[in-house]
Design a protein around this ligand. Structure first.
Ligand SMILES: [Zn+2]
Length: 251
């Protein structure tokens, strides 16, 4: 394990995270290819190069636009840090294996979905359809044990959320269902069940906290996608440790 590479992946991750912010902001608005320069969403001023440095620009500008002094959403530096951390973690846990491409691809999908779901409460089909063939291809070369775990995982992911949508009013949508199916390919059937469990746990805890702090009421719609995303990452990187710990502690 090489510290130089860990730092390189961290910096690479922050740059990709900055790009994922743009993808997540523009793809749902259908203007991903029309406007190529980054601009301030409130005053539309084009940003110069020193305002586009991941994480650092936000910190130096104290979270405000230099032109109109409007607050810049905390989502941007958060996604940059999140991607940087997970890219570095991917390399340090996986190393230079085919599976590293899976770890980086999963991180990328998750970062983009967090932006679209937090900003617009949507999980765009375009993004899911972009990543699905990549995941299938990587799982072909770097299969789970047993290999069919990906197929069963996708089916469980899909039908689990399908029945939740069928029997509950709101809370989860078709986007969550498709996201779960695709994550099933990456994580396998045990992984997708663990992801579901962690996502519901995180969602319940943070809803309870937000209710207590009176930030939301019972009718506020809270996007579930970010919980799925974080749960999928926890499962991907530490799932086997969690399952082992659980099994050895309780059985
Ligand atoms: Zn501005």
């Amino acid at each position: 394990m090489n510290n130089y590479f860990i730092i390189t992946f961290f910096i690479l991750g922050s740059v990709f995270g900055s790009f994922f912010n743009v993808v997540g902001l523009r793809v749902p608005m259908q203007n991903f290819l029309t406007s190529n320069r980054s601009y301030c969403p409130s005053c539309k001023r084009q940003l110069s190069w020193y305002e586009l440095i991941p994480i650092l620009s936000y910190a130096f500008q104290r979270g405000k636009c230099k032109g109109c002094k409007q607050h810049i959403s905390i989502i941007y530096p958060f996604i940059e840090l999140f991607t940087a951390f997970l890219f570095a973690l991917s390399y340090s846990l996986v190393g230079f294996e085919i599976e590293l491409i899976m770890a980086l691809s999963l991180t990328s999908l998750v970062a983009i979905i967090m932006v679209t779901d937090l900003k617009y409460m949507v999980i765009p089909n375009k993004i899911l359809l972009f990543f699905l063939p990549i995941f299938i291809l990587i799982r072909f070369f770097s299969p789970l044990q047993p290999w069919w775990s990906s197929i069963v995982g996708a089916l469980i992911g899909f039908f689990l959320i399908f029945f939740i949508i069928l029997f509950s009013k709101g809370g989860m949508g078709a986007g969550d269902m498709k996201l779960f199916a695709i994550l099933g390919v990456v994580l396998g059937y045990q992984g997708i069940l663990l992801t579901f469990f962690i996502a519901v746990l995180l969602g319940s805890i943070s809803s309870a906290i937000l209710l207590l702090l009176k930030q939301v009421d019972r009718k506020t719609a809270i996007p579930f996608g970010p919980y799925i995303c974080i749960a999928a990452c926890i499962t991907y990187f530490w799932g086997y440790d969690i399952i082992n710990w659980y099994v050895t502690s309780f059985f």
